[in-house]
Design a protein around this ligand. Structure first.
Ligand code: SF4
Length: 244
């Protein structure tokens, strides 16, 4: 089974080496593979080219839709693994879109990369099948709050959140756009018994001035509640661009 990857600006599969910009591994050199498709539709999604294709009427902040053919490329697990293996970092970040929608093919790819430590960035709605889960050392789980525009029934399935909360490999990263969003984080934390030190709050934003402005009120909220704060290092370094 092939993988459906996102494309970079040249139309090539979006596989690249960079510094991880967010969460627990921020600053670590990593190889990234970005998968196309998502089962949610966040109004502020910064990778809408993975899912907001022409004809999709769901709202997105930019209002732009993308040509599916130009923004998706199929690779076999072997082709993807070879491309990943040619890049120096031995830490692989599997991201999207929602990468766990393609976990069967990802398991085939992961089996070909025995030297890589694998981190998965997920919206937390999809159960990883055991075949792929066995290869994963670190999950960054980013449940989507009400301000994302997704219905809670889709974005916050209780059984899945409980499973992530029970998995010591899972770190939670909540995107927040306003101080009031933290109220929902606190409710989820209490509801699922997640310790504060496993929770990152990250400002929503795709430019440095927005991130900096939001971090001014976010930092004291993290201190107050014992949460970690995540910046978005890649935005400061490269802006809102593909392949970075
Ligand atoms: S879950 Fe992630 S990839 Fe999917 S729409 Fe939301 S921000 Fe975008």
């Amino acid at each position: 089974m092939n993988l459906t990857l996102a494309t970079d600006d040249t139309g090539e599969p979006e596989i690249f080496a960079s510094l991880q910009g967010e969460g627990l591994s921020a600053g670590v050199p990593c190889t990234f593979v970005r998968l196309s498709r998502c089962n949610l539709a966040c109004v502020w999604c910064d990778t809408a080219y993975t899912w907001h294709f022409d004809g999709d009427a769901r709202p997105h902040r930019g209002g732009k839709t993308y040509d599916r053919k130009a923004n998706q490329v199929a690779l076999s697990p072997l082709e993807a693994a070879r491309t990943i293996d040619r890049l120096p970092p031995r830490r692989l970040v599997v991201t999207g879109g929602e990468p766990l929608l393609q976990a069967t093919a990802l398991a085939e790819m992961a089996a070909l990369l025995p030297d890589h430590a694998i981190e998965v960035e997920t919206n937390g709605t999809v159960e990883p099948p055991a075949r792929f889960d066995a290869f994963v050392g670190h999950y960054t789980v980013s449940p989507k709050l009400a301000h994302s525009g997704n219905a809670a029934e889709l974005a916050l399935p209780p059984a899945r959140l409980a499973a992530w909360a029970a998995d010591p490999r899972a770190w939670f990263k909540f995107v927040v756009a306003a101080p009031a969003d933290v109220t929902q984080v606190l409710a989820l934390q209490a509801g699922f018994g997640i310790t504060a030190d496993r929770i990152f709050l990250m400002p929503e934003g795709t430019d440095t001035p927005t991130l900096r402005a939001r971090e001014e009120w976010l930092a004291p909220l993290c201190v107050e509640h014992g949460f970690r704060m995540s910046d978005r290092l890649h935005i400061h370094l490269y802006g809102d661009t593909r392949g970075t």
